[in-house]
Design a binder for this molecule. Structure first.
Ligand SMILES: [Zn+2]
Length: 213
């Protein structure tokens, strides 16, 4: 069998093993899973294959509603992200939204450079804005890796702010409790770092971004 076929078959075989393992532990596992979901969390993370939400948090299928894109961005014209956000907040009534970035993020590193990457330039532009807004802080960090790490943190903080600027989150704050959180997954230690990005009320926002009642 070719390597190409092997790498593909590996996943299907993996699925068979997983199903067997789950049923061994609990014969009713899939009966229960198929009943529906009521996750407490919405996870907005990076597409990077090294940051799987369930695995790094020790949680299970059914616990985290997920949206992932390059560099865990909350872009206010992204209908995909907004649809996930609206469903998570208004239908599933999640209690927490977590934006999780990670050190060693390829999207963040690419945004720090001047190379022309074609279409993806337009996505990375949102990170270039974060660089521009924090220029003096970032320029004072001489070590390139440390500068990239700090940008990962600043980018997460900005995306949490972007969530707070949506009418979806602001409406939810008026009706029920919802907390926004910013995390960084430290890919070098496996640990999650909580950033000081806790938004839980509209008062934390600049007035220009607050929608009227
Ligand atoms: Zn990434």
């Amino acid at each position: 069998m070719s390597n190409l076929r092997n790498s593909y078959e590996k996943l299907l075989k993996g699925n068979q093993n997983w199903v067997e393992k789950k049923l061994k532990l609990n014969p009713k596992y899939f009966d229960e899973l198929s009943k529906g979901q009521s996750p407490d969390y919405l996870w907005i993370g990076c597409s990077d294959s090294r940051v799987p939400d369930n695995e790094v948090t020790g949680s299970n299928p059914g616990e985290i509603f997920v949206h992932r894109n390059i560099a865990n961005m909350v872009v206010h014209t992204d209908i995909n992200m907004l649809s996930v956000l609206q469903y998570a907040v208004e239908v599933l009534h999640v209690k927490h939204i977590i934006v999780c970035g990670h050190y060693g993020c390829g999207g963040v590193v690419a945004a720090m450079q001047r190379s022309d990457n074609g279409l993806v330039n337009n996505w990375l532009r949102n990170i270039k804005d974060v660089i521009y807004w924090n220029k003096s802080e970032l320029e004072n960090i001489s070590d390139v890796q440390q500068r990239a790490d700090r940008l990962v943190e600043l980018n997460v903080l900005q995306q949490v702010k972007n969530l707070a600027k949506t009418s979806i989150v602001q409406q939810a704050w008026k009706k029920h409790e919802l907390e926004l959180h910013g995390w960084v997954f430290d890919i070098r230690s496996g640990k999650i770092i909580e950033l000081d990005a806790k938004f839980d009320e509209i008062e934390d926002l600049d007035p220009i971004f607050k929608y009227a009642d």
